[in-house]
Design a protein around this ligand. Structure first.
Ligand code: ANZ
Ligand code: ZN
Length: 805
């Protein structure tokens, strides 16, 4: 019993009532598209430790926002589910020696319980579980649609292999040269694998970013990951070997500075390039290096060996020695580098190591940099024949034109993005629905025979042989060809978990539909998602994959929109007592424990009060105690009887608080919204005794309504005690009287070039000139203007002024 209110009893009672009344469900067959608010949050993978407070942090922020939208008139659809397939779940099952299927059932049950206790408005009737056949049947179906469209292909390629997880990985699942799941340093293998052709959508995915309301950082990270480069493919003849090597360069202006070519150890023409006397040296390099390099992001000292063969420079005709080097990435550009040591750092290091000449062909604008160092910027050309004297940009155009005219090169666009490798040699995932027949070759499983069920097996340990454990299950592998009924073998790899999460949001509205992945009418009513809330770690993985799958389905006419998440909001990192939370530090906040101790309402409010949600917060138990006291204060204030006073109380502070809370919520500033609620509660307790019955009714009701998104249980209880109609969560949001908001002070935010430099109190309705005058008075602003006059002024009435210099 914390300060007089029995939160345990109250929270349990209202949760039961809401569930019985289906208050958080909507009619997905009737909701109007303009009314709905699809509030998506990242669904968790159910781990054994239970719900992480990081998830609770995401969910509380998203839920408060969703509830706010509902109180403002939208039909909230806020589903929840479980990303229960995948290596993470399986690795845990291996550790504890339990079958992932039974383990998953248990962990999900625990998560459901924990998620319910948070008091969020989950639409549980639309739950999805990715490891359930009713879900993965459609993951397999999507694979087949992509397969038919030529977007799922099986290819032999050098791939990244995790020796500990014993499976291949996608590039997005690397952190540097380590497996993102287990931290082991990865190696490479050449294997026949399934790829999804995300690269076919590289440009579309890049262009689509412009249409999205996403944090700028997310957009930038995705754009960098896609990595578009424009440049030139320059052809270098190799008469000695009877072939031509094309090199992709983003700096055609440096063509005259080329002093070598380099190819990766796995280059297909290596056999023809290496002369007999050089074979030993090249072999040594290739072997010590361990095969082809597909990952260009690994930092390592460049090493190399001369092939014994020269190419011919396309313009000067000079002989250019060809090297094999492990700094060249097999899968990027043309897989051939034209080495310009004077203007590229890696080429420079390589040339040093190999004792190759460094010829400067671009003069820096000023005498910048050490002559010993490569100059990687632009400048004026020198030693470049008729192009000497031209600025870099102009020379790049002129050289590209000349090579194109002479048929010695062509302009080209390249992307860093690789195709998405989805095969996993593991057990716990959806089997890839393909059959191999001696007669018919690769045959897709017919849609009506889906799902290809994941069999129950005793031994689900990864084998490390390059085959999934399913390969050892004859009842699974041996099958009849869907085409000719002859003997055939099933594909034994399962697909990447990220394929499950690339479409789960399409399934939520149709989670109960049996005969198709999604109902078109429901999809048109509910999608795309209105707001997607999550952490920052998914930007190049999950968000990119989901965008790709949605786009591909859109092109196939299967969904009516190209972008699944027009708006994404990201929260910052939650820390504990100033330190990062980690198991080893033993400072991980367990949401369950806190719900037990202080209740969901207090935990929710504190999570959102301990910092700016979008920036991150610091969870401290003493801070939590402050919120506990606040909840107790509100409880006593509203639940204790009111003896009507003389009346005549100026109620404008109530309207102003409503306006402030609304404004903060619109901008996801939960912490300042809670501060405004605290101020309102303090004011109301001071005035309570003076208020008339009607005055008190208005003040108390508005306070409770404004608190409803944050503290749903407490508010429901107090609302009922005030005699309000059930439910507080279905009331209209307080609409402040504009008269009450006039002539009141507000805090003017003063920025210089978009950064906050000061704040001043100003009367509401103050004009641009008045705001500018206030801004110019500020010492700190003057310091940042550094004597300059602002070139431009952005003025947002009643909020901010931004001076641009
Ligand atoms: C000559 C040159 C001179 C380059 C210079 C740069 C600076 P981005 O911008 O990331 O697209 N390159 C091309 N293919 C490569 C491969 N397979 N492995 C490793 N490096 C490769 O990078 C394009 C630049 O990366 C290309 O432009 C090429 O080096 C190198 F002063 O060509 B450059
Ligand atoms: Zn066949």
């Amino acid at each position: 019993m914390g300060e007089g209110h029995d939160f345990r009893e109250i929270e349990a009672r209202w949760q039961a009532r809401w569930e019985a009344d289906r208050i958080d469900e909507i009619d997905v067959d009737a909701v109007r598209p303009e009314d709905k608010f699809y509030n998506l949050v990242e669904f968790p993978y159910p781990s054994a430790e239970g719900l992480h407070v990081g998830h609770a942090y995401t969910y509380c922020g998203a839920d408060v926002y969703g509830r706010f939208r509902r109180l403002r008139g939208r039909a909230l659809f806020q589903p929840m589910g479980f990303d229960s397939f995948g290596i993470h779940t399986e690795n845990y099952a291996l550790r504890v020696g339990e079958n992932p299927r039974t383990l998953t059932e248990k962990t999900i049950a625990n998560y459901r319980r924990q998620l319910r206790r948070l008091g969020a408005a989950w639409a549980w009737e639309h739950e999805v579980v990715t490891s359930d056949p009713s879900f993965y049947r459609w993951t397999q179906w999507i694979f087949l649609q992509l397969y038919r469209a030529g977007l799922a292909v099986r290819e032999e390629a050098p791939v990244v292999w995790c020796p500990s997880c014993k499976t291949v990985l996608a590039f997005e699942q690397l952190e540097g040269d380590r497996c993102e799941r287990c931290g082991t340093r990865v190696t490479e293998r050449v294997m026949k694998q399934w790829f999804l052709r995300i690269t076919a959508y590289a440009q579309d995915l890049l262009d689509g970013l412009d249409t999205l309301d996403w944090p700028p950082l997310s957009k930038r990270l995705q754009a960098d990951w896609i990595g578009r480069s424009e440049g030139l493919e320059a052809d270098f003849d190799v008469p000695e070997a009877g072939l031509t090597l094309s090199a992709f360069t983003t700096r055609p202006d440096t063509l005259f500075g080329v002093t070598f070519l380099a190819v990766p150890p796995g280059h297909p023409e290596l056999g023809r390039l290496v002369t007999p006397d050089r074979e030993a040296g090249v072999r040594e390099l290739v072997q010590s290096q361990g095969g082809p390099r597909v990952v260009g992001r690994w930092a390592r000292e460049p090493r190399g060996a001369f092939t014994g063969t020269n190419a011919v420079h396309p313009v000067t005709g000079a002989p250019i020695p060809i090297f094999v080097s492990d700094y060249v990435v097999a899968g990027y550009g043309t897989g051939v580098v034209m080495g310009v040591p004077s203007h590229d750092r890696r080429d420079f290091e390589f040339a040093r190591a190999m004792d190759l000449p460094v010829v400067r062909v671009v003069e820096p604008p000023r005498d910048a940099g050490e002559p010993e160092e490569p100059w990687t910027g632009q400048g004026t050309l020198t030693g470049s024949g008729s192009f000497s004297g031209m600025p870099s940009e102009e020379a790049a155009e002129a050289i590209s034109n000349q090579l194109e005219e002479e048929g010695l090169g062509r302009r080209a666009v390249r992307y860093r993005l690789h195709d998405w490798l989805i095969s996993r040699q593991r057990y716990w995932g959806p089997p890839i629905p393909i059959v191999y027949c001696d007669q018919c070759g690769e045959v897709p499983v017919p849609e009506e025979r889906l799902p290809v069920l994941l069999p129950d097996v005793k031994d689900f340990r990864p084998t490390g042989t390059g085959e999934s454990p399913l390969a050892a299950v004859p009842e699974f592998v041996d099958t009849a060809c869907p085409n000719c009924e002859g003997p055939a073998r099933r594909e034994t790899d399962v697909s990447d978990t990220f394929l499950d999460s690339a479409w789960y949001f399409l399934r939520y509205p149709s989670s109960d539909v049996r005969d198709r992945p999604w109902d078109p009418d429901r999809t048109a009513r509910l999608l795309p998602v209105d707001t997607y809330a999550g952490g920052r770690e998914h930007v190049v993985r999950h968000h990119l994959y989901a965008r790709f799958v949605t786009r591909a389905l859109h092109h196939l006419g299967l969904v009516p929109f190209a972008e699944p998440f027009p708006r994404v909001v990201l929260h910052g990192l939650l820390i504990k007592d100033g330190a990062k939370m980690s198991k080893s530090r033993g400072n991980v906040v367990n949401p369950d424990e806190y719900v037990d101790r202080v209740g969901a309402d207090v935990l929710r409010m504190y999570l959102l009060f301990c910092g700016d949600w979008q920036e991150g917060g610091d969870f401290r138990d003493d801070g939590l105690a402050g919120i506990e006291r606040f909840a107790g204060r509100v409880w006593r204030l509203v639940s204790e009887p009111h003896e009507p006073g003389p009346g005549g109380v100026d109620l404008r502070p109530v309207d102003r608080a409503a306006a402030a809370v609304t404004d903060h919520l619109e901008r996801l500033k939960f912490n300042t919204a809670i501060s405004a609620l605290m101020e309102l509660a303090t004011w109301a307790s001071r005035q309570k005794a003076r208020m008339s019955e009607t005055e008190w009714a208005r003040a108390a009701r508005w306070l409770v309504l404004l608190m409803a998104p944050f503290a749903p249980h407490l508010s429901e209880e107090l609302w009922a005690r005030l005699g309000g109609p059930y439910s507080v969560h279905r009331q209209p949001w307080p609409d402040p009287d504009p008269e009450a908001l006039r002539d009141v002070d507000f805090t003017l935010v003063i920025q210089v070039n978009g950064r906050v430099r000061d704040r001043r109190t100003a009367p509401r309705g103050a004009g641009r000139d008045q705001a500018l005058a206030l801004a110019m008075e500020s010492e700190n602003v003057q310091r940042h203007l550094d004597g300059q006059q602002p070139k431009g002024v952005v003025f947002v009435p009643d909020r901010l002024i931004n001076l641009l210099v």
